[in-house]
Design a binder for this molecule. Structure first.
Ligand SMILES: Nc1ncnc2c1ncn2[C@@H]1O[C@H](COP(=O)(O)OP(=O)(O)OP(=O)(O)O)[C@@H](O)[C@H]1O
Length: 502
């Protein structure tokens, strides 16, 4: 197999952080090369260097026969390197074919004037959609597609512009099992066509199924490259984390069945997405919500949090009916919501880590409008340092802008924000998406500690093993309502899926 790209001894320093320290990595034509590492290990930084977004501090990048000290986005693009982010970048209000050619519309000259070459667009669109197995008309609006179809559009877009290397960052994080299966079929097709795939994932079980080689980064350093099919997962974990991972299983002994800390009665949303939902949460209990992607679990959490209009029903927190017409009221009432859409609703982009963590206690404890003069900067700094240490947030300092953190560390900062607000009821929606295996366990332990301290915990997850290992009871959600609630002792992946799809 020929080497398409080789990164040699790359170092990347940011102020206060060494993101990559002497890292080498290469990609062959027709292979899937997985990249593993804990949150903040340097995976995204390495990929951004390959895309020409970041300039390495030192080291070289070899493309075919030429060697570069840095790539620019145009060199990277011209060579055929394409990066597909976890949060897809397709444009909803354009059609599939318009998305495929955004920024590079092919033109022809008619009467001496350049006009869009619609025939070529249609022809190329049909050909690349067939390559990714997307059975949709090219004129379909992207807003009408599912997440997995949008992802296929992104891959098709890479193919339409002659990709030689496609980097996929956590491509299965929002897909159902069936969609993952389809994606793997597409990846195998692309391999067969000689395309090199870089596959970033925190899901270890995917590695032997889809990858040929796997490289591991730890704290910005290159650990090694292994055969993806034969290397035992424990060896990969050990090289990635450097310690044994324990799993927190609920024992249920601390659940007080007689004390209800949170109750929802006959809750419905105005838009009909949530239909007459009732449940109770007991002291010390973690209640999980299983269901298919799109079954409406997040919508239920939004209604509870006042972010989606309620038509009927009531909510009780610690025995008192609470009025939650908006998220502001939810915060005031003591609710916390770690949303699944981290980038858009998780944090304030222009704020530091410390500011993000300390903003809610301030909002919660003041009757006044938030104004800069009222902020206590010493307290803010103290909050930042306290939670950075408590949740082991990997950052140069709590004063760093939150957008500079790796995805997983941003998630920890979001959890810190709600812990700092001393909330009473925590809603965790897909809390470990994009989170590494070590940090996942830390998040489960935080959830268990909160439950033990008498806080209510609701957890939505599409990872059934995670729900089974963390939750005391699991509500199976289907088409906007709860179809069944199973105690952990009776719940299995099979019976949950059976109820969710019946
Ligand atoms: N623009 C930046 N400015 C400062 N530091 C940065 C910047 N980008 C990344 N870093 C730091 O570099 C380190 C590596 O981050 P990177 O995003 O590459 O990690 P990752 O392995 O992709 O993690 P994750 O699995 O959480 O996405 C982190 O400590 C991060 O805070």
């Amino acid at each position: 197999m020929s080497t398409l790209v080789a990164v040699r001894n790359v170092v990347k320093r940011f102020p206060g952080t060494v993101a990559l320290q002497d890292v080498s990595f290469d990609i062959n034509a027709g292979e899937v090369h997985a990249l593993l590492g804990e949150n903040g290990a340097g995976k995204s930084t390495l990929m951004k260097i390959l895309s020409g977004i970041y300039e390495p501090t030192s080291g070289t990048i070899e493309l075919a026969d030429a060697s570069y000290e840095r790539l620019t986005p145009s060199i990277s693009k011209a060579f055929g390197i394409r990066l597909i982010y976890q949060e897809l970048s397709v444009i909803d209000h354009l059609s599939i074919e318009e998305n495929l050619f955004v920024g590079s519309l092919p033109t022809i000259r008619k009467f001496g004037v350049p006009v869009v070459d619609s025939a070529r667009i249609r022809q190329t669109a049909l050909s690349v959609l067939a390559r990714v197995g997307l059975k949709r008309h090219p004129a379909t609006l992207v807003s009408d597609l599912s997440i997995s179809e949008k992802q296929q559009v992104e891959i098709a877009k890479a193919l339409a512009s002659d990709a030689r290397i496609i980097i996929m960052d956590e491509p299965t994080s929002s897909l159902t099992d069936e969609e993952v299966h389809h994606l793997f079929t597409v990846i195998r097709e692309l391999k067969g066509q000689g395309i090199g795939i870089v596959y970033i994932s925190h899901k270890l079980k995917e590695i032997p199924i889809i990858a040929d080689r796997v490289s591991v980064l730890k704290d910005g350093r290159y650990v090694g490259t292994f055969d993806a099919k034969t290397t035992p997962p424990q060896k990969l974990v050990a090289s990635m984390v450097g310690r044994e991972i324990e799993h927190a299983r609920p024992d249920g002994a601390r659940v007080d069945q007689d004390k209800v800390v949170f109750a929802v009665e006959h809750l419905s949303s105005r838009d009909g997405r949530v239909k007459d939902v009732s449940f109770e949460l007991h002291k010390g209990e973690i209640l999980g919500f299983a269901g298919l992607i799109g079954s409406g679990r997040s919508e239920l959490m939004e209604v509870i949090f006042g972010a989606r209009a309620r038509s009927e029903g009531q909510i009780e927190l610690n025995g008192k009916v609470v009025s939650i017409p908006s998220p502001y009221h939810a915060v005031k009432a003591g609710l916390a919501f770690v949303t699944e859409d981290r980038r858009n609703t998780g944090f304030f982009h222009n704020f530091s880590i410390a500011e993000n963590i300390s903003i809610l206690p301030f909002v919660k404890n003041t009757r006044h409008q938030v104004s800069l003069e009222r902020l206590d900067f010493a307290e803010e700094k103290a909050f930042g340092t306290q939670y950075k240490d408590k949740l082991r947030i990997r950052c140069a300092s709590p004063q760093q802008n939150i957008t500079e953190l790796s995805g997983g560390n941003q998630q920890k900062a979001i959890i810190a924000k709600w812990l700092a607000a001393e909330s009473d009821l925590f809603i965790f929606d897909e809390p470990t998406r994009g989170i590494d295996i070590g940090a996942k366990t830390e998040i489960y332990q935080i959830m268990r500690q909160l439950a033990d301290a008498g806080k209510g915990i609701l957890m939505v997850s599409s990872e059934l093993p995670e729900l089974l290992s963390v939750c005391d009871r699991i509500a199976v959600y289907k088409e906007g309502s709860i179809a069944a609630v199973l105690p952990n002792s009776e719940a299995t992946e099979e019976n949950i899926m059976h109820i969710a799809t019946a």
